[in-house]
Design a protein around this ligand. Structure first.
Ligand code: NAP
Ligand code: F7E
Length: 328
C-alpha cells in the first residue's frame, strides 16, 4: 500500500519540490489547488519538474473549512503538509487582512479539519524565520523569542502557536518547521533572489540594461528549497512531533548575492543596479541567521547546496528560460 500525502500549496515552490521528493519515496501525492482563471499556467512548476500528471489535484481553498474537511475525508492522508500561504512579505502590508485569513486562519482551518476527520494524520506547518523579525539573539534557534515585523510574520506566528496548541491540546502529531529563506529556479519572480537572477539573465542577453532593487543591506540565511523539503518529511517521520529551525548557518547581504549573480555572467553589479525606494518596506527585517543544530542532531539533516551553487543554478536556469521563451 502506498503512503498517502496531502500538500496544500502544491503549485508553489516548496509544494513542487516536496511532491517530487515524496513521489521518489513511493508516496501517492495529493494536492490542494485553488481555482484560477489561468488554469493553463497554474501548474507550471509541477510541469517544470515533469511531475504534473503524477499528482492528484483537488479543488479547495485554505479559507474554506468545509472544503478542506471534504478533501481530507476523501484523501485520508497519512501525512499533511500545510504549505499554502500568502507568502510575499511586501504584499502583506497591502493585503494585511487577506494575509491573516490565508496565512493565519487558513492554517487553523487545516488543523481543525485534520482534528475532525484525520486526527491520526501527521501534520506539518510551514513556519518562518520572519517570525524572529527584529532579532532578539544574534543567531536564532528554537528557543529565541519571536518579534514579528510584518502582517505576514504576525499571521505566521498565530499559525505557529496554533500548531503547538493543537499538539498540546489534542495530541495531534503536528510539527512546525521554522524555515529560513530557501530559493531555487522555481522561486516566485517577486522574491529578491529570483528577481536578481532573472534580471542578471535579461541584462546578459541584452533584454534589459538595469535592475531596480530596494534595501541592498538586508541579510538573509539562504538555502536551497530542494534540501529544505527533505527536512519537512524528516520531521513527520519522528515518533514525537516537535519544532525545528531549518537554516544553513550562513548569512549574506542582498548586495553580495547580487554581486555573485552578476559575476557569474562576467558583469559588474555597479554598472546595472539601481536602488528604487518603491521596493523598500515599511518595517525591515535587517538580518537573519539560523542555527540548524537541533535538526542536525535529531533529524540527521544538513543543507547540501552551497550558496555559490544555488546562485549559479538559478542564473543558468533563467538564462535558459529566457533563451527558450519558457514560462515561469
Ligand atoms: P509560494 O511559492 O508562494 O507558494 C504558496 C502556495 O500557496 C501556492 O501554491 C499558492 O497557490 C498557495 N495558496 C495561496 N493562497 C491560497 C489559498 N487561499 N488557498 C489555497 N492555496 C493557496 O511559497 P513557497 O516559497 O513554496 O513557501 C511554502 C510555504 O512555506 C509558505 O507557507 C511560506 O509562507 C512558507 N515559507 C517559505 C519560505 C521560503 O523561503 N520559501 C521560508 C519559510 C516559510 P497559487 O499557485 O494558486 O498561487
Ligand atoms: O526579501 C530585500 C527585502 O522578498 C528578502 C518569503 O519566502 O522568506 C521570504 O521573505 C530581502 C528583504 O524575502 C528587494 O527588503 C531588496 O530584506 O526575497 P524577499 P523575505 O521577505 O525574506 C521568508 C523566510 C518567508 O517566510 C517568506 O514567505 O531582500 N530586498 N530589494 C528586496 N526584496 C524583494 N522582494 N524585492 C526587491 O527588489
Amino acid at each position: 500500500m502506498k503512503k498517502i500525502a496531502l500538500i496544500t500549496g502544491v503549485t508553489g515552490q516548496d509544494g513542487a519540490y516536496l511532491s517530487q521528493f515524496l513521489l521518489g519515496k513511493g508516496y501517492e501525492v495529493h494536492g490542494l489547488l485553488r481555482r484560477s482563471a489561468s488554469a493553463d499556467v497554474i501548474d507550471a512548476r509541477l510541469k517544470w519538474l515533469g511531475i504534473q500528471d503524477k499528482i492528484h489535484l483537488h479543488d479547495g481553498n485554505l479559507t474554506d473549512l468545509s472544503g478542506l474537511i471534504r478533501v481530507i475525508k476523501e484523501v485520508q492522508p497519512a501525512e499533511i503538509y500545510n504549505l499554502a500561504a500568502q507568502s510575499f512579505v511586501k504584499s502583506s502590508w497591502q493585503q494585511p487582512l487577506l494575509t491573516g485569513q490565508v496565512t493565519g486562519i487558513g492554517a487553523a482551518n487545516m488543523l481543525e479539519a485534520t482534528r475532525i476527520v484525520a486526527p491520526e494524520a501527521r501534520f506539518y506547518q510551514a513556519s518562518s524565520s520572519e517570525m524572529y523579525g527584529l532579532i532578539q539573539e544574534p543567531v536564532q534557534s528554537e528557543t529565541t523569542p519571536f518579534y514579528p515585523r510584518s502582517p505576514y510574520a504576525a499571521a505566521k506566528l498565530y499559525a505557529h502557536w496554533m500548531t503547538v496548541n493543537y499538539r498540546e491540546s489534542f495530541g495531534l502529531h503536528a510539527s512546525s518547521g521554522i524555515l529560513f529563506n530557501h530559493e531555487s529556479p522555481l522561486r516566485g519572480i517577486e522574491f529578491v533572489t529570483r528577481k536578481i537572477t532573472d534580471g542578471v539573465a535579461r541584462i546578459k542577453l541584452g533584454l534589459a540594461e538595469t535592475l531596480s532593487l530596494g534595501n541592498l543591506d538586508a541579510q538573509r540565511d539562504w538555502g536551497h528549497a530542494r534540501d529544505y523539503v527533505q527536512a519537512m518529511w524528516l520531521m513527520l517521520q519522528q515518533d514525537e512531533a516537535d519544532d525545528y529551525v531549518i537554516a544553513t548557518g550562513r548569512t549574506t547581504a542582498v548586495r553580495d548575492f547580487c554581486r555573485m549573480a552578476f559575476e557569474h555572467v562576467g558583469l559588474n553589479l555597479e554598472d546595472h543596479v539601481r536602488v528604487d525606494e518603491r521596493f523598500l518596506r515599511p518595517a525591515e527585517v535587517d538580518i537573519l541567521l539560523g542555527n540548524p543544530g537541533k535538526a542536525k542532531d535529531k533529524l540527521g539533516w544538513s543543507p547540501e547546496t552551497s550558496l555559490e551553487a544555488l546562485v549559479s543554478e538559478m542564473v543558468e536556469a533563467d538564462l535558459r528560460r529566457l533563451s527558450h521563451h519558457e514560462h515561469l
